[in-house]
Design a protein around this ligand. Structure first.
Ligand code: BG6
Length: 508
């Protein structure tokens, strides 16, 4: 977890190349492979972080010759590569993609993967292999079983074998446990990399640097100085052709249990004893354990689920959620969530954390906003008390990555007038902009054996433990979903959640 994907700043050590290895992608003809995995590998190659002997073993059931499969894959990647794929880069990948065709239920497929890995081992991968499960979770069992039978998970003679598992890791506590058990029957926990692409985002990792590499924040990072914290992950897109999956998931499962909880954990966790992977993961889990469990009462008062209705974008009507293809016209699945939670520990007792996320919201923006308490005595109350605004520290995750501090200053002039000003740090100004989706960092980390930014089994289960009572309560009644107009900031009930506490959401 160590690298910047562009030129390192003066004096910083440059990142070492990933270990030699083969990456076996199950689901190589799928969307994730072309949209995220291949572009990320391309960016790693461009940063000089992929060894020359790196190879991709692409597994799919597409009926095509190896050459045709490879060409189609690289053609489709071209649409997602920024800047565009150069002919020399295309050739580099062409020489490194091996197609293995087959059905995931067929043991013969795994025997073929094994043969491919043995051959590639002689060509310079040293037998190291990373299995990427880019398939829906109902196929994990087949793959994991196939890998076991073909003895592909065994680490011997100095070679490593690792598996990357994509979310969703289950759909509630029971299914997550079951999934973890399945995987654990074949792989040791130290071989399992559960990916959350939010943890790969530079700005998310920077939360740790901000907090633990700077002396000025730690003393005020607690209940004495912080009034509340808002975590927003807002999207303008709708369900984008994923209605089938989304309608059975909803925003709580899709975003809160994983991405928002990890943002929360990094914002609120205690400093780890070291940056060793398990020490950081211990602290993240410990924080999740400290979240006060939801009860029927707090679910009713402190959680809001919304669903978008139609709206207008650039003069064109955009359909409501229930009109989306493959979504039930009577669906009660939530496309937005707002909730308030409390963390029962010494640092955060009584400090509310407000989390919100949703599709078709007013702006695409992800941020963590820390609101500080007002000064103990408002000296300016006679002249301009109403003008004195609270201080905010805002960590902008995306877009426009950076950090800003909002504080009060005197407006020049003969009168004592107070105005809010902003001190702004933008990543781009200091480090240029490096294209990165989060997958670059995470693939690289897996190839170097750094598990810091991956979910451990216990963190997944703890996340589900918190949201499962909410899911159960919501599924017991279908009339609790509040409609909101597309491109608004969500249902009015989400505003009421803060208004009750005398607060309001930031409008980023
Ligand atoms: C995914 C969710 O995990 O994250 C999607 O399944 C969501 O529904 C996406 O759109 C958001 O990721 P990003 O990186 O675009 O903020």
């Amino acid at each position: 977890m160590s690298h910047v994907l562009q030129e390192p700043v003066a004096g910083a050590p440059s990142a070492r190349q990933a270990d030699v290895c083969a990456m076996v992608i199950f689901g190589a003809s799928g969307d994730l492979t072309k949209r995220k995995l291949m572009p990320a590998l391309l960016n790693l190659r461009r940063s000089g972080l992929l060894p020359d002997t790196f190879v991709i073993v692409a597994v799919a059931r597409t009926d095509a010759t190896p050459e045709a499969f490879r060409d189609t894959l690289l053609d489709s990647v071209a649409g997602f590569a920024h800047p565009p794929l150069e002919p020399a880069e295309r050739e580099w990948f062409e020489a490194r993609i091996r197609y293995v065709r087959g059905e995931l239920q067929d043991p013969g497929l795994y025997a073929r993967v094994r043969t491919a890995l043995e051959e590639l081992g002689r060509g310079g991968t040293r037998g190291n292999a990373l299995f990427y499960l880019a398939v829906p979770p109902d196929l994990f069992d087949d793959i994991v079983g196939g890998l076991r039978q073909a003895q592909l998970a065994r680490e011997e003679e100095g070679r490593w074998r690792r598996v990357i598992v994509e979310k969703p890791f289950g759909r509630d506590l029971a299914s997550a446990r079951q999934l973890n058990r399945q995987i654990a029957s074949v792989f040791r926990e130290g071989q399992v990399y559960r990916i959350d692409h939010y943890l790969g985002k530079e700005t998310v990792q920077n939360l740790m640097v901000l907090r633990f590499a700077n002396g000025i924040f730690e003393p005020v990072w607690n209940r004495r100085y912080i009034d509340h914290v808002e975590i927003t992950v807002a999207e303008t897109v709708g369900v984008e052709g994923r209605g089938g999956y989304y309608d059975t998931a909803g925003a709580l499962r899709d975003m809160v249990q994983n991405h928002l909880f990890q943002l929360l954990a990094l914002t609120a966790m205690e400093p780890p004893n070291s940056f060793e992977a398990d020490r950081v993961r211990d602290e993240r889990v410990k924080l999740l354990h400290a979240i006060r469990p939801f009860t029927p009462d707090t679910i009713a008062h402190d959680t809001v689920r919304g669903q978008y209705t139609a709206g207008m974008a650039d003069g064109t009507r955009v359909p409501g959620y229930r009109e989306e293809p493959t979504v039930s016209p009577t669906s009660t699945t939530e496309t937005s969530v707002a909730l308030k939670l409390l963390i029962d520990n010494w640092r955060w007792a009584d400090v509310p954390f407000y989390l919100r996320t949703g599709k078709r919201l007013a702006r695409r923006v992800s941020e963590v906003a820390i609101r500080f308490k007002q000064p103990p005595l408002l000296l300016f109350r006679d002249v301009c008390a109403e003008q004195v605004q609270p201080n905010f520290l805002i960590v902008r995750i995306q877009p426009d990555e950076g950090i800003s501090l909002r504080f009060e200053a005197k407006v020049p002039g003969p009168n004592l007038t107070v105005g809010t000003v902003r001190m702004d740090f933008k990543y781009e100004d200091y480090f240029g902009s490096a294209p990165s989706s989060g997958y670059e960092t995470l693939l690289y980390d897996c190839m170097t054996g750094d598990m810091t930014l991956f979910h451990r089994a216990d963190s997944v289960e703890t996340g589900w433990q918190i949201v499962t009572p909410i899911l159960d309560a919501w599924s017991a009644t279908s009339d609790g979903v509040a409609p909101y107009q597309a491109f608004s900031w969500g249902p009015p009930e989400a505003d009421a959640l803060l208004a009750r506490d005398g607060r309001e959401w930031r409008k980023p």
